[in-house]
Design a protein around this ligand. Structure first.
Ligand SMILES: [Zn+2]
Length: 172
């Protein structure tokens, strides 16, 4: 349905990856693109150290809500470095975002050692019969998989966090 000439999935995912690289230990990041203009309207990243519910997708939804007088969610595509968890996928459905594109999938995250709920984004969409949401996975998947694998290596190597928050066992 939302098909756009002015940006493509890989370009938009690169923007999410750029956000993700700003926090290499938790490279969960998301951007919102307007399908009509091809413009990015918001970007977000995991902030679960500040608030456990602020996953990357929640952050980008919050930011767009805060910045827009009347967000038109139905014209947006959300790009996220990893498949949305059930909380985020439900929030996306409640918002009415038309399309979701992700890189790394949940099974890959689990294989790498990330805690993930056993409920796929497609299952949540199937349960939200009041919405039509297009879900596309595997865009720049290798790049995203590598980000998450590197993050796990870094987290495993780090003996003790040098500063502030010592919680290294976050949920995503
Ligand atoms: Zn989430």
């Amino acid at each position: 349905m939302p098909n756009n000439k002015s940006f493509n999935h890989e370009q938009a995912m690169r923007a999410a990856i750029t956000m993700a690289k700003q926090q290499p230990n938790a490279p969960f990041a998301a951007v919102l693109m307007d399908n009509r203009t091809g413009k990015m309207v918001a970007r977000g990243a995991n902030r679960s150290k500040e608030n456990p519910a602020w996953h990357g997708e929640m952050d980008v939804i919050n930011r767009h809500s805060a910045a827009s007088i009347k967000p038109q969610w139905e014209h947006l595509t959300l790009y996220t470095t990893a498949e949305p968890c059930p909380m985020c996928m439900a929030a996306i459905a409640w918002a009415g975002i038309a399309q979701v594109v992700y890189g790394t999938d949940v099974p890959t995250l689990q294989q790498q050692g990330w805690k993930q709920m056993q409920l796929r984004a497609s299952d949540v969409i199937a349960g939200a019969s009041f919405r039509q949401i297009t879900l596309i996975g595997g865009i720049l998947q290798k790049d995203c998989d590598r980000l998450f694998a590197l993050a796990q290596q870094t987290r495993a190597q780090k003996p003790a966090p040098a500063t502030t928050n010592s919680d290294d066992d976050d949920d995503f």
